[in-house]
Design a protein around this ligand. Sequence first.
Ligand code: NAP
Length: 458
Amino acid sequence: MLRVAVVGSGPSGIYTAQALVQQSLVPDVRVHVLDRLPAPYGLVRYGVAPDHEKIKSLQSSLRAVLEDERITFVGHVEVGGERGPSPDRLKELYHAVVYCVGASADRPLGVPGESLPGSLSATDFVSWYSAHPDAAVDAFTLRARAAVVLGVGNVAVDVARILARGAAELRSTDVPRAVLDALGASLVRDVHIVGRRGPSQARFTTKELRELGALPGARTFVDGAELALDPAWAAPAGGAGAPPLPAVVRRNLEVLRGWAASPPGVPDRERSVRLRFFLRPVELLERAGRVAGVRFARTAPDGTGGVRDTGVYEDIEAGLVLRAVGYRGTPLPGLPFDAVRGTVPHLGGRVLRNGVSSPGEYVAGWIKRGPTGVIGSNRSCAKETVASLVEDAPLLTARDVSADPLGALRAAGLRPVEWDGWLSIERAEAALGHSLGRGRVKIADWSGLLDAAGGGSR
Ligand code: NAP
């Protein structure tokens, strides 16, 4: 029997477990899917915006994988953490370990004023509204009238959309009561989403962009003059002899052009969302010890897809600044790490230690390829890793490992939350929602989750 630990129960971890039990070269496989949190699904539970019900519903297919009798969910075990097993210990307990730990940190901007109160990462905001137990329930009070969101990727669009939605629009979702209360009392009226390059380099996808134009309580504006700066705007087909624009860029430009001509929504909406381009953040401005706005350098295309500064500056006033400039992987003690790329070095998913592949250790997902792609991208990524693992199986299974790795983890003082514990959390969240006259509502703190799971402690 091949015994495998998958570390991380987000989409990449679950697709890895699925690929392991679906392959036919090694028929007898048992997989333990470990997670630091007592709840599975990673960014699907703690990253996908609450109003994206369709993407959230992916949980039911991920759930079906975790219910396979050859797969066991083992929550509340932090690999490489203070008390959890080290990578070396996991190698003693399992034939193979696949790290699917994602990219949980935010990227810094590296400009003055970035750490002022009121300047936060979009990751913090997402964790807060997603009820991540590491986020304080009162982390955001939303007392600012204007907010600037830096970056033009899908995370920027998510956080801007949540800021622009009223609490009533999110009441039917699973956001915690404290988040709903804070959104209900929010003073934010103007949300600026700002990109340092042009619309044809924006990273958001068209479906997500279009949603900004369909917010019931907000009107969305685009400055046609900023679109005009973009060479792709002037020559939408890429110009004579030039390669055609990628479909997503063409569709995004069509949407933005339409909005520049006629902002979607009716004029008297309570909130505004403004998409801005060619503005590079150079400094966060301060007033009375808090962030008061952002100073931008006006940029212009440099002809190679990049931008150059023009020497002109523009300030946008804002009491809340969220940087949505990408996620970053963090090192896991005991595993090699490429600090420049923020990933674990690998070859076809096999972890490389000092440039040499380390049998029995693998990676998949964002920690393998960096924080890009949609949830489905993790399927092929996991399959590649599992193909390498299965190829190594004869070598791996020649080594004796523990017959009861869970028993060994418990003997080391850990209190894993298994599938029954997770089902108890689900029931407790349904009961909480019921008591509030809503559908299921997430439990947002460690003790609440562990109590619901059956009385564990941290
Ligand atoms: P992203 O797509 O990489 O976008 C990051 C944005 O930050 C880019 O616009 C980038 O501009 C900008 N940026 C980076 N450094 C900057 C700096 N120093 N100053 C100003 N701007 C800077 O990252 P993301 O939005 O975090 O998304 C991560 C992944 O998750 C993506 O694959 C995304 O599609 C996915 N995701 C999907 C959904 C969804 O499907 N609904 C939702 C959320 C996330 P440059 O291009 O100029 O570098």
